[in-house]
Design a protein. Structure first.
Length: 627
């Protein structure tokens, strides 16, 4: 067993780009060159174009915009708008899932696969469950969830999952998120021309909007996806482009909403469809995925992961992709023109993400089955249009064990302890590993790839360094896929760990990097941290746990950053959130927020230093606890 290196990934990509050159395809590697150097005003966040007196750009000579706003106000407003975009996006995904749950029916396309979880949430929310039909309950819970988006009074229901100390901080500092849509609206209102220009106020609202995502929209997205499609448990799968099978019809699902990908997987498995694929000359059908929709179906079905964010063009460049089917978020508009250079069908399915040069097959809960079948058929019928001379699938993949929901982690960790039986099924065994020092702590690795960082390298190198230092990793999103492609989710990767973590991996039979799911599933990490803190009688901020997004790029990632620090977890970034232009904003984001939420950001572009800083922070937390 050997980890795959980033150099090997890059060699495979280079080979695919040769195919691209033959057919005149564009790729992000070339577009980056055209866009470099980036606009410095934009990078520092000092450009304002929110009214038509501008755009105003702040320089030494021009320290204020036409309205008189200074650089701190401009950077602050930009930061808040950035966050609001992310919070809206995650939360609207969560809302779609609430609607899917609302549409679930015993004889419908969508069923309730985890009724216990549904009942648990209903009880948590004070909804009567006794003697109720499970679908009646599903509708009631879904409707209650939908109300969380627009209710006129009160704060988010799931905040109660946090330790008391955290809830008190939120109340005291006016950070407890109200209705989700209200926080997004309020953010846009505050950052409108002529409203807030005080950095503290803008950052506070950014945290509140972030918290409405993490403990609101994203958490509902995760919980109700589990109710509908099953709560993930450990399952074997594979990762990297080598999961595509040359002789098969290859369907790649990409985006975020599992409502689509789950249905595609159902039909790709249908004997009638497989027979049809054979009739069309293929041996079978392979579904693989990119980005979070891939994480969703990997976690629940073991569907292999073709790659992460910056590999999305690569799947088309293999020349062996019959259809790339997308729903929402993180989809390159480049896929339209690129797919035209090959036989690939680029199928968009959501009114939220419509793109030129795509075939639009509108997907909704009522017609999900028939639309999924149509998509699978379209892909099968496209097999014959392949150009064999363009087909090249890099034979590169790693095995991975995925599916580590909070529930699954708690269960797996039962295996490592001599605890009394009554402590099994809680986070006590994990806490014991941490307090005894067998594990030094945990890092939540999340977020995207970004060409500003050598793609995947930051994720993989940081993980290797951390596990060697007996720090266990929980990962989600494209970070998790980077780990899987490298082999860090193979149980045999225990050999690159320090002695303590290696022992834990052996006893619990887990890999050192645990796949917790998609980006909305970072809410699972919040629940895990909250449970650990409650079981230990500590504030979340006291746990030797930090968050890290070394290659992040999207608005969603800023929203995540806000809710992670907002939940008391120090967060380490490898890319600057367009805030460097304001000394006041930098001070607040890297230090000032501690006063409100006991955590802050660290931005460090040097990966080595970023890793050292995380280890140092974890050790500081341990020292403060005297462990
Ligand atoms: Fe310029 Fe002020 Fe208008 Fe922004 S809001 S564009 S700083 S005048
Ligand atoms: Ni989440 Fe980042 Fe991937 Fe998209 S899928 S690229 S936001 S980490
Ligand atoms: Fe995602």
């Amino acid at each position: 067993f050997k980890l795959t290196t980033v150099e090997e990934f890059e060699a495979a990509t280079a080979r695919l780009l040769e195919t691209g050159a033959k057919v005149g395809a564009d790729a992000w590697q070339f577009r980056v060159k055209n866009q470099t150097p980036h606009c410095k005003f934009g990078e520092e966040g000092v450009c304002c174009r929110i009214c038509t007196m501008g755009p105003c750009r702040i320089t030494k000579k021009a320290p204020r915009g036409i309205c008189g706003c200074d650089v701190h106000g401009i950077v602050g407003r930009n930061y808040l708008k950035f966050t609001a975009g992310g919070s809206a996006t995650h939360s609207d995904h969560g809302r779609e899932i609430c609607h899917t749950l609302y549409e679930s029916a015993a004889d419908g396309c969508y069923k309730v696969k985890d009724p216990d979880k549904l009942i648990r949430i209903a009880k948590e929310w004070g909804i009567e469950t006794e003697g109720k039909d499970i679908y009646d309950l599903a509708h009631e819970v879904a409707e209650t969830g939908l109300m969380e988006y627009g209710k006129p009074f009160g704060t988010q229901r799931f905040l109660k999952r946090a330790p008391e100390s955290q809830q008190e901080l939120w109340e005291k500092n006016e950070l407890a998120p109200r209705a989700i849509d209200r926080e997004v609206s309020c953010s846009l209102h505050m950052s409108h021309m002529g409203c807030s220009s005080k950095p503290e106020a803008l950052v506070k609202q950014a945290i509140r909007a972030g918290l409405s995502d993490g403990w609101g929209g994203s958490m509902m997205g995760t919980e109700f996806s589990d109710v509908l499609f099953g709560t993930p448990k450990p399952i074997e799968t594979e990762a990297n482009l080598g999961v595509m099978v040359e002789e098969n019809v290859n369907i790649v699902v990409h985006g975020h909403d599992p409502s689509l990908s789950e249905m595609i997987c159902e039909f790709a498995d249908d004997p009638e469809m497989i027979a049809y694929a054979k009739e069309m000359g293929a041996k079978g059908i392979t579904v693989s995925g990119v980005c979070c929709t891939s994480n969703e179906v990997a976690m629940r079905r073991g569907i292999p992961m073709a790659g992460n964010f910056l590999q999305q063009e690569n799947v088309v460049l293999t020349g062996a992709c019959e259809a790339i089917v997308v729903d929402v978020q993180c989809i390159f508009p480049a896929l339209g023109p690129l797919s035209k250079c090959f036989h690939t069908k680029f199928i968009t399915t959501s009114p939220i993400a419509q793109m030129p040069d795509s075939e639009f097959i509108r997907f909704d809960a009522h017609t999900a089955g028939e639309k999924a079948k149509l998509i699978v058929k379209t892909a099968i019928e496209n097999y014959k249009n392949r150009k064999p001379e363009l087909v090249h699938i890099p034979q590169m993949k790693q095995k991975a064990t995925v599916g580590y929901s909070t529930e699954a982690i708690v269960k797996a960790l039962d295996g490592v302890t001599n605890s009394q039986v009554d402590e099994l099924g809680t986070t006590k065994p994990l806490l014991e590993c941490i307090t005894s020092g067998v594990l030094r702590g945990a890092v939540a690795m999340v977020g995207c790839n970004n060409p500003k960082v050598r793609p995947d390298l930051a994720h993989i190198e940081l993980m290797k360094k951390l596990v060697a230092n007996d720090i266990i990793i929980i990962a989600s999103g494209c970070s998790a896929q980077a780990a899987a492609k490298a082999g860090l989710m193979d149980k045999r990767a225990k050999d690159v760990c320090g002695a303590g973590l290696k022992r834990v991996c052996e006893l619990a039979d887990i890999p050192p990097v645990l796949h917790m799911g998609s980006c909305v599933d970072i809410s699972r990490m919040l629940v895990l941290a909250a449970t650990l803190a409650k079981d230990a009688g500590l504030h979340i901020s006291q746990l030797p746990v930090v968050g890290c997004a070394p290659e992040w790029m999207s608005e969603k990632a800023v929203s995540i950053g806000n809710y992670v620090i907002g939940s008391g977890i120090d967060t380490f970034l490898g890319v600057d959130p367009y805030a460097a232009g304001s000394s006041e904003m930098v001070e607040i984001l890297t230090n000032g927020t501690r006063e409100w939420v006991e955590a802050a950001f660290t931005v460090e572009k040097d990966i080595e230093k970023l890793g050292d800083a995380m280890i140092a922070r974890i050790e500081e937390k341990r020292a403060a606890l005297g462990i």
